[in-house]
Ligand binder design. Sequence first.
Ligand code: ZN
Length: 239
Amino acid sequence: MKLKVIGCGGMWNKEFSACYLIDDCILIDIPNGCCKQLLLQNNNISKINDVLITHFHADHYFDMPFYLLEKSKNESSDVNIYCSKNGKNKIEKLFKLGFPSASKEVLKKLNIKYEFGNNFKINDYEVFKVKVDHGNLKPAYGYVFKKDSLTVGFTGDTAYCTNVDYMASICDYLICDCSFILGNNAHMGINNIKILAEKYPKCKFITSHMFENTIKEMEKIKLKNIIVPCDGKIIIKEK
Ligand SMILES: [Zn+2]
């Protein structure tokens, strides 16, 4: 797996919002401004056929209309969207709002498939989703990718909950919400990540969705299995 950080920040700082690209073709979340950010980092949007959405907050899916419009210009019109059941309606509404005259033609041209299930395959990966606890926003999901002996998880936005422990217990790498210095009922914080890193020494924790103060504070934490990424970095390169 090749895992590139498109963005590791929260929505108010200069780091781009949390977004990750697997093997140049699978995108985890599609925040506002994502297509521009992908281009700035020299990624090829036309190669991306699979988009997984953790939950429906604007900083996780608002660039979907731009992505769909871009894909409609390509030869390959296959688009697979993995999300909660209410996602199809939200995405279509957003597209129609953004591009009212083009929406009908573009949505017809594209071969969009929605996957609402909990277990599926993407390329050679076995993927499953787990429910997480993002306060009032329900449902919110994390995703786990498995191929051969490598297991990589994404918590999405979440408070510290049982399924975060579960993901940490099975993953080699866990890309995890670390929005704040102290976690709350919707997001994890450095205090939670420190506990996780000590409890699961075999898992490498890659902090994500970090706000500015959190990034500064993270520089002081020296735990071998915590990785603080930056935008544009390739953080996993394993067969
Ligand atoms: Zn959120």
